[in-house]
Design a binder for this molecule. Sequence first.
Ligand SMILES: [Zn+2]
Length: 324
Amino acid sequence: MIYPWLQPALDQWHQQLAANRQPQALIIEGNQGIGKSAMTRAIVAELLCRAPKPEPCGECQSCRIYGSGQHPDLILVAPEKNLIKVAVIRELVRFFTATAHSAPHKVAVIRQADGMNTAAANALLKVLEEPPAGSLLILETDRAHYLLPTIRSRCLQLKLQCRAEQYPAVKNWLQKQKPDLSADQLAQLWALSPGLPLQIARLIDEDVVSQLASHMSSMLAYLDDRQSLTVVSQQLDQEVKANHWPLLQTLFLHWLKEEHRPQSEAFQWSHDLRQWFFKQPCGSGLLLNFCQLMNTIMVNLNNQTKTRLLIESMLVKVKQRQVS
Ligand SMILES: [Zn+2]
């Protein structure tokens, strides 16, 4: 069973097959948390099965081998330290040119394909120019525009999306996975990660909502003079994970949007920090500046700059009511 929000894309793929237009290369594009790997798994399972299409039978030898986690007619490569080198792609090309073992097709999957360097992309291009019969190459990516145009033009693109009108289906699915969740909590999470149901499921597992609330309480404790800069910046430096910063930013931008268009949508997620901002003169400008200062933290997370110093600088500027 495919996730409900991916069904339209899978249907689109089946239409291609039904029209005898199976491409030899496919780009599966979508943001992290939409389900690209799940889509790949569904397509690969169908292709490797020896029984009549479209659903994989789960019983033939090929299905059983795939079910065991490995299959001689499937190769899967992924970046190492965000990079896919040419040696890895050459190996993939060798695999492609060998005869299939037990399945009707040979399938190669490249995860985060935009991580290929130029040499790797060129090596891949060669196999795309003359793809071996009965093979399928699947490129997964968050950023298809990072792939060479010559690669893109040789692939069918399957764009995975989960639009606002699919929210009821997502809500049903999430409520089945997490029965304790209220409709309000789900609406909050959807606002944090709109269109990314698997990311929402991860946020629930990691209890991110209460962690964000705790970060905001720490920030407020400094801003309204209940706690020192040293204590708060140390706390935030230790506790705010890399993926929390963009979530906080998204939340604050929601507050700003609501402040200006209160009727636009029902978003039930408040915090005393929000009241603090909008009590200040130029509260909106100050909150916007806060969001921009968070950018500085996010872009410097992986370099030598001490995050704690950037956090301190951000908090001090906001406390001094600096509006840029
Ligand atoms: Zn089968």
